[in-house]
Design a protein around this ligand. Structure first.
Ligand SMILES: [Zn+2]
Length: 267
């Protein structure tokens, strides 16, 4: 790595680029990307400075090929990176649209300002829920996982089990909330965050409100039955007193992939 590349590498994914994941030296077809942000399909290149004609031609071919594959390429010179790193980061940021998963969209929480903000712990808990979803798949149930968390600890968790339990209400969220309520000895679970890999249905959204869950974080949207804001707006525009702060689309790709994979394998 050149000094400029080292400097850039040190700054990517931090500060104003926080939340964007870059990888180094990633093979793409016949080429390598210096720095790749896969979510945004953006490639950042750092060039030496004495650009020979042959080299420039090669770059053009390469960029054209990458563009044909849906990538965008931005180039900076060594001395730009070393001399005006803030400006370089700024122009990278401008290329990074749309906003990264985990924040494709965001519920506005009427009375819980700030609580809808996502942090690193949210991603960890969603990964945990993804692990639970995979257990459902192993058991032949639609892979959805949920975990209810309070003060950084698990209060209850579960994965879909309607088939095994002969229970149409045995959705992952219901199982997690039942376990938590039982553990607390309370039918309400205030001060908790529920992580679920799929946007809750009407039944679960209703139960989330009844249970006084403070915050909901979900993964994939459910355009057919989602009751946060996709089809119904039980959570986003509640007619009840209790307001649930919520964020959706967290690890959306992974959460959706588990479901797609499951249905593909059953076809
Ligand atoms: Zn449900």
């Amino acid at each position: 790595m050149t000094e400029a590349e080292r400097e850039l590498w040190r700054r990517l994914g931090r500060g104003q680029l926080q939340g964007w994941k870059f990888r180094r030296q990633v093979p793409i077809g016949p080429y390598f990307a210096d720095f790749l942000c896969l979510e945004a399909r953006l490639i950042v290149e750092v060039d030496g400075g004495q650009h020979l004609e042959l080299e420039a031609e090669h770059d053009q071919e390469r960029d054209a090929w990458l563009r044909s594959q849906g990538f965008r390429v931005v180039r900076f010179w060594n001395n730009q990176v070393l001399g005006e790193i803030e400006g370089v980061l700024e122009s990278i940021l401008q290329q990074l649209t749309p906003p990264p998963s985990p924040l494709p969209y965001h519920g506005d929480s009427l009375r819980s300002q700030g609580e809808g903000e996502l942090g690193a712990a949210d991603l960890e808990w969603m990964r945990h829920a993804l692990g639970l979803a995979r257990r459902a798949a192993i058991e032949g149930e639609v892979p959805v996982g949920a975990v209810l968390v309070k003060d950084g600890a698990v209060l209850g968790e579960g994965w879909n089990k309607p088939i095994a339990l002969h229970d149409p209400s045995a959705h992952a969220e219901m199982i997690a909330m039942r376990a938590a309520a039982a553990a607390l000895g309370n039918y309400r679970v205030p001060g908790t965050t529920l992580y679920v890999t799929l946007e809750p249905c009407v039944m679960c959204a209703g139960a989330i409100v009844h249970a006084r869950v403070s915050r909901l974080v979900f993964g994939a949207r459910d355009p057919k039955a989602g009751a946060v804001d996709s089809v119904y707006d039980v959570i986003a525009r509640p007619r009840l007193n209790h307001v649930v702060a919520w964020s959706g689309g967290v690890l959306e790709d992974e959460c959706g992939a588990v479901l797609r994979e499951f249905f593909r394998s059953r076809r």
